[in-house]
Design a protein around this ligand. Structure first.
Ligand code: FAD
Length: 282
C-alpha cells in the first residue's frame, strides 16, 4: 500500500527536498507559469518542530531569491504550531511573512479543516494588518464563506478561492458537489468584481471559462487576478491559459510529510481510488 501511495505522490509532489521544489519552479517558469512552494507538514506536536518549519520557510525564501525563480510560498498554520497555541502560530506566521516582505515575496495561508477556519482567518488578518504581502485560501464548501469573502474584500486582502479538500460536517457545509460549485461561482464573481488580486484556484474547466467571461465582460484586466492549479493536474490547461496572457500559478509541494496531502488528492479523484484498489486486488 505504501508503495502505491508513493507512486501516486510522484505525480503531485516535487520531491523531498527544497532543491527539488526550486527545480520544478524553474521548469514551470520556463513555460510561463509561476509557482507557489509549500513545505509539506501539518499538525506539529511540539514547539521545536514548529520552529523548524519557520527555519525551513526562511531558507526556502532565501533560495527562491538566490535562484531567481518566480515563486511565492504557501503555508499551513498547524505546521507552525496552531494546535499548541494561537500566539505561537501567529508569531511564527508573522516571522515568515516579515521575512518574505524583506525579500519582496508573498505568502499564501492555506485553509485547513473547519476546526481551524476561524483561527486561521483571525491570525491572517492580524498579520495582514501590518504586512500586506499575504493572502488566504477560502473554501466554497463552507456555508460561512460568503461572510468571510465579504470581510476579506473589505480588508483588501487577496483571497485564493478553492472548493475545499476536507470532509466537513453537514451542519456547516454544502451537501452536494453541485451546491459547492454553485457557491464557488457566486464567490468567484464577487472576488473578480470587488476583490484585491484574487486567485481562482480550481481545475474545473467550466468555472475557469466563467471567470474568463466575467473578466472580459467587465473589463477586468488580466493582470488583476490569476488562476492557480496544483502540480500534476491539468498541465495543458495551465500552459494554455498562460499563453492567452493570464497569470497562472502552480502549487508546488515538497517534503517528506507527503502522506496527508497525497491522500487528499487521492480522495478527490475516483480514478485514483480505482488505481489503488485495482493494484491491491491484483
Ligand atoms: C492552488 C490551489 C491551492 C489549494 N489550497 C487549498 C487549501 O488551502 N485548502 C483546501 O481545502 N483546499 C485547497 N485546494 C484544493 C481544492 O480545495 C480542491 O480539493 C481541488 O482543487 C480539487 O477541486 P477542483 O476545484 O479542481 O474541482 P473538481 O470539481 O474537484 O475537479 C475538476 C477537475 O479537475 C481534475 N482534478 C481534480 N482533482 C484532481 C486530482 N486530485 N487528480 C487529478 N485530477 C484532478 C479532474 O479532471 C476534475 O474533473 C487547493 C487547490 C489549488 C488548485
Amino acid at each position: 500500500m505504501k508503495g502505491l501511495i508513493d507512486l501516486l505522490a510522484r505525480r503531485y509532489i516535487a520531491g523531498t527536498h527544497r532543491a527539488d521544489a526550486i527545480e520544478v519552479a524553474r521548469r514551470l517558469n520556463a513555460d510561463g507559469l509561476r509557482a507557489t512552494i509549500d513545505n509539506l507538514g501539518e499538525n506539529v506536536e511540539d514547539a521545536a518542530e514548529a520552529l523548524l518549519t519557520v527555519k525551513e520557510y526562511s531558507a526556502l525564501l532565501d533560495d527562491i531569491k538566490g535562484s531567481g525563480v518566480r515563486s511565492t510560498v504557501s503555508l499551513k498554520l498547524t505546521h507552525l504550531g496552531l494546535d499548541l497555541g494561537y500566539g505561537a502560530a501567529r508569531d511564527n506566521a508573522q516571522e515568515i511573512v516579515k521575512k518574505a516582505r524583506g525579500l519582496d515575496n508573498f505568502v499564501w495561508f492555506d485553509m485547513e479543516g473547519s476546526a481551524y477556519t476561524r483561527r486561521t482567518i483571525d491570525i491572517f488578518l492580524d498579520v495582514h494588518a501590518s504586512h500586506p504581502n499575504c493572502g488566504i485560501a477560502i473554501q466554497s464548501c463552507l456555508l460561512r464563506s460568503a461572510g468571510d469573502v465579504a470581510l476579506l474584500i473589505k480588508e483588501k486582502a487577496p483571497v485564493r478561492l478553492v472548493k475545499g479538500a476536507y470532509k466537513e460536517p453537514p451542519e456547516i457545509s454544502y451537501a452536494s458537489k453541485r451546491d459547492v460549485d454553485k457557491n464557488y461561482r457566486a464567490l468567484m464573481g464577487e472576488l473578480l468584481l470587488k476583490g484585491d488580486r484574487p486567485a481562482i484556484a480550481t481545475h474545473d474547466r467550466r468555472l475557469i471559462d466563467e471567470a474568463v467571461r466575467i473578466a472580459s465582460e467587465n473589463g477586468i484586466p488580466k493582470g488583476s487576478f490569476e488562476f492557480q492549479m496544483l502540480l500534476g493536474i491539468k498541465r495543458g490547461l495551465q500552459k494554455s491559459l498562460a499563453r492567452q496572457g493570464f497569470g497562472v500559478t502552480v502549487y508546488v509541494p515538497y517534503g517528506v510529510n507527503y502522506l496527508p496531502y497525497t491522500l487528499r488528492r487521492l480522495r478527490e479523484r475516483k480514478e485514483n481510488i480505482f488505481f489503488v484498489l485495482r493494484n491491491i486486488l491484483d
